[in-house]
Design a protein around this ligand. Structure first.
Ligand SMILES: [Zn+2]
Length: 317
């Protein structure tokens, strides 16, 4: 099961105790996931098509509890969706024209069967309801990457107003959300692990939140180890490259001028460098007799370099 489905199943098990919150949650499901149609008799029918059995059950339970109304439910196998089972909850007839839809903020249907909803604030009782609204929106039209694959949470909607509301609702909880367009959809997305974590927390997906945080911590540890390894590799490369230049300098001096022309200090330095190509400056210093500090070694290698440069100036290739 995908992480997204796991989160949705967990969200569907949360008990909705307050009527205000239940209304906001179903309203969000309708706003983002339902198809509205005006029937010949003037009634509005509402169909919610979902692959998630738990969501279909939840809508029905909540509708019964809130309005004492039993929506019909159909199960269909759809070839279109790779033969996945699709559940259709249908809210029709009396239900649709009753106060129920109005209570959920439904105003009417515009041309092209576009439903019009009031601002969610007008039916929300407070913070509790905004959390439920976001939960419903995610259930109907959300998805979330598995934390080991990357951090990406998104909710899609066709209605630009609704996507703005989702963004605002997220921002009211301090979550940084952005909006983008994809084909004929708008997408509200969150890219920061922190924000996704907050979202799981406020919608009530606490089990999934723990799993998300565990993977996130492991990932951070791995990244830190990688950073240390990269840093050490870089340092090692620096030492190796420096050593190569120094040894080329010394070989040139030996070839063009002979080691006997060097002072005792420089000759000993040159010999130790050639014999210990992988040693760091401090290690070279300890091999000297008498031992020499890192800066002393650096100074002598610098002198050898200057001599080599002068030889090169006099013998241009
Ligand atoms: Zn509420």
């Amino acid at each position: 099961m995908s992480f997204s489905s796991q989160v949705k199943n967990e969200l569907c098990r949360i008990a909705n105790d307050d009527k205000c919150c239940t209304l906001c949650e179903i309203s969000a499901v309708l706003r983002l996931g339902a198809i509205f149609r005006t029937e010949k008799n003037g009634y509005v029918s509402t169909r919610i098509i979902t692959e998630n059995a738990a969501l279909a059950r939840r809508i029905i339970t909540d509708a019964v509890r809130l309005f004492d109304f039993h929506p019909s439910i159909a199960v269909e196998k759809r070839k279109k969706l790779k033969g996945h089972t699709v559940y259709i909850a249908e809210l029709i007839g009396a239900f649709a024209t009753s106060v129920a839809l109005g209570d959920m903020g439904f105003i009417g249907i515009e041309d092209n069967e576009k439903p019009v909803f009031s601002n969610i604030d007008q039916i929300a009782g407070g913070e509790c309801c905004m959390k439920s609204y976001l939960r419903g929106a995610f259930l109907a039209a959300g998805s979330l990457s598995a934390p080991d694959k990357g951090y990406h949470l998104e909710i899609t909607a066709q209605n630009p107003k609704e996507i703005e509301r989702i963004k605002k609702a997220m921002e009211s909880f301090g979550i940084k959300a952005k909006i983008t367009e994809r084909k004929n959809h708008r997408v509200c997305y969150v890219k920061e692990a922190e924000g996704i974590s907050d979202f799981l927390n406020l919608t009530g997906a606490h089990k999934s939140l723990l799993e998300f945080e565990n993977v996130r911590v492991l990932k951070n540890v791995r990244n830190n180890i990688n950073r240390v390894v990269n840093f050490e590799t870089a340092n090692l490369n620096k030492t190796v490259n420096a050593s190569l230049t120094q040894r080329m300098d010394i070989r040139l001096i030996e070839k063009k001028r002979g080691m006997s022309g060097l002072s005792d200090d420089l000759r000993q330095m040159a010999e130790i460098r050639i014999e210990n190509p992988e040693a760091s400056l401090s290690e070279l210093g300890m091999l000297m007799n008498p031992p020499l500090g890192k800066s002393g070694v650096s100074h002598r290698l610098g002198k050898l370099h200057k001599i080599a440069e002068r030889i090169k100036d006099r013998n241009p290739e």
